[in-house]
Every structure is written in structure tokens, then in C-alpha cells.
Design a protein around this ligand. Sequence first.
Ligand code: NAD
Length: 236
Amino acid sequence: MLERWLKESSYTVVFTGAGMSTESGLPDFRSTKSGLWRTKNPQQLASTYAMQHNRDEFIAFYQYRIRTLLECQPHIGHTILANWQTRGLIHQIITQNVDSFHQQAGSTNVIELHGTLRTVHCSRCRQTYDAKRYVEEQFTCTCGGFLRPSVVLFGESLPYDAFEQAWTAAERADLWIVLGSSLQVSPANELPVAAKRGGAKLVIVNMEPTPLDDWADLLIHDRKIGEMLQEIDELL
Ligand code: NAD
């Protein structure tokens, strides 16, 4: 069914979350068995509060995440999405991920709602540096300001332009495919609702149930994203 919808749709949006990258070896946040939040408290580590008041733990958490990211690569699922984009089967990728794997796999036209873990920037002068600085224990800008990861922390707003573009895509979509998101993070989780309200078919591919499952036209819970995309790719 999904392969038919992909062929028929004139504007398809793929909306990815951390579950898109677990097959690359990057843990997500909320998977029951392996998510990072099982053992750590997000408000303690990935928040503006932590950056200001709990800096050692904040740094250790992001050093761990950046180091893990640098050891991982995009998987076949990312490559298939890049090919589908080239073939005109999907028109926009919107991601909550900060790994930039879609671009690394060859996708263009990717909206990163939550920023990127590939760079850090100065919280004073905004000068940007490669995220490797964190692994090299360099946390200070030439101006003396603190270097922070270029991701959206809990307590911060999403980049205005990215969210605006994503909203426009939601209004335009006639097929919206969620891949690997618990759909619990706001306001990103308002986008699939907006797309559905605008008349799009909603497909949710996620190992565990999500709060939007009742809205879905097609729900796939029992498949890994990489395998599922390979199967659909062979049918196209
Ligand atoms: P989440 O952790 O809340 O949910 C991920 C979902 O993916 C889970 O419900 C899980 O059941 C499902 N899943 C995991 N592996 C899967 C697979 N192989 N196939 C199908 N489903 C799978 O993630 P979220 O909804 O993206 O929200 C969390 C926030 O975490 C985002 O804002 C993002 O910035 C951040 N994050 C990003 C990364 C990354 O960039 N790779 C990693 C961890 C967290």
C-alpha cells in the first residue's frame, strides 16, 4: 500500500526521529529497553538549566553523544531516502535528529528542527566550530565565551525559519510519513497533526505506540525502519 501511495502522492514529507538512527548504532531517547532517558534525566542534562548550573554533567553528556556520533554512519535506510528524493518520490525531509545523517547519505532539502550535533558555537559571539572540539576538551571560544552544542536544548525555542518551513510543508503535504519518533516532543509533534488536518495521509512507522496512532492511515509497529524501507524500495 505504501509504495502505491508514494507513487500517487504529489508532495510527500518524511518526518524522522531518533528511531531513524538506532540502526546506525546511535541510541534514541525513549525506547523502553535502550533509550538514553532510561538512565538519565533530560532536564538535568540537555537543558538550558544544565548548561548554566550543571555544566560538568552537561559537557560530559554532550562529549559522550558527540563521540558516539563520530563513530557512527548513516545506514541503508538513509541512503534509500536520499535515492527516493532524487527520483522525486519524496519532496521534503524534516528531521528532529541532530546527527545530520540524511545529508551525509546524500539528501538535500533537509529541515533540521532541533539543530545539529556536528558543530558547537560560542554562546557569546556565535562563532561556529567543528564539534570535535568537545572531544578534544576545548570548550572556550577565542573571545572567552562558552562553546555549546548547536542543538536546541530543553527550554529553548526551535529555529524560527526551520519551523516555519516545516509548517508550510505540513500544509502542502498529501502524504506524511513518520519514521522512528515517539511523537512526544512538542512543538515538532504538532506537524503531523497539521498535515493530517490539511488532508494528508498519515503513515507512522515506529516500534512502540505513539499518541498519534489513532490518527494514522497506516500504522507499522513491528518493523525496523531500515528493513521496511528496503522492502518498499524493491516494490517501487
Ligand atoms: P524518541 O527517542 O522519543 O523516540 C524514538 C522512537 O523510535 C521510539 O518510540 C522507538 O520505539 C522508535 N524506534 C527506535 N528504533 C527503531 C527502529 N529501528 N525502527 C522503528 N522504530 C524505532 O525520539 P524522537 O521522537 O526523535 O524525540 C527525541 C528527541 O531526541 C529529538 O528531539 C532529537 O533531537 C533527539 N535525539 C536525536 C538523536 C539523533 O540525532 N540520532 C538521538 C537521540 C535523541
